[in-house]
Design a protein around this ligand. Sequence first.
Ligand code: CP
Length: 313
Amino acid sequence: MNNYKSIDDIADLDLAVNEALTFKQTQTSLTHLAKDMVLCMLFFNSSLRTRLSTQAAAFKLGMQVMVLNVDSDSWKLEFEDGTVMNMDKAEHIKEAVQVVSQYADIIGVRAFPELISRQSDEAEPVIKAFVKYATVPVFSLESATEHPLQALTDVMTIKEFVPKKKPKVVLSWAPHPRKLPHAVANSFVKAMKRVDCEFVITHPEGYHLNPELTKDVMINTDQKQAMQGADVVYTKNWSCYEPYGGIVMPKEDWMITSEKIGTAKFMHCLPVRRNVVVADEVLDSSNSLVIEQANNRTYAALWVINKLLNGKD
Ligand code: CP
């Protein structure tokens, strides 16, 4: 694995999950694994978990960490080739990424989609430019269409807390006042397609994900029916795929309640809007795994960084 842009970059997901959970359980110091190496993280968007868990992972590996909030702290970047740069963009991504590569042994980058042009977002201009121009490994801290650290975390969490051999896992859309990306849902779908489980997606009419991604997946637009017998309900809002970035109000109430999920475990990547996406009663119950998920973010990041710095395949 040279870079980590997608959960698909992991050749053996089962092995990765086992190794990451072993890192979590290990009682001995891991600081020798990347002692004195430098991680640089560049954020084009906000973060709580990704920023802190990846930093915590780097510290556990003995690394030093630099963080740059690109939009507020750095020069405005140009991504187009051949542009006459006489407007507001002061630096080209070509120099910027090559320069960051001089200071760091590994680079993480977060850049959300604009949700205006599907073609432009699916081209993944930011993460692809980093991979193209970096001379060190690059990993995604969430890109326009994928959140692969979250997906690895989610598989780890299901493996750790849902002992059933072939659990029923339901990915449910839920309401949100703002238009949100598809990245978490996309990566979760990719991950579940590689895990031994009964996987169902439920969403209101008009909220389908990329049909290419979900073509082999069971989809049920009746949320209650879809959730029957579920062992895990993974909840996430996303905006419409067609019209891209749109929002349509569903007629039914899609918020997750304890009546709907019954005894299923509740998962969400966080941050989550209480009593919009999910009722307090679910989030505060012993069936909620959201804090365990957030904890596992550290060990997913630790596995990815170690693999990129020390892996052999
Ligand atoms: N789940 C997640 O990526 O959280 P942050 O956006 O806070 O990093």
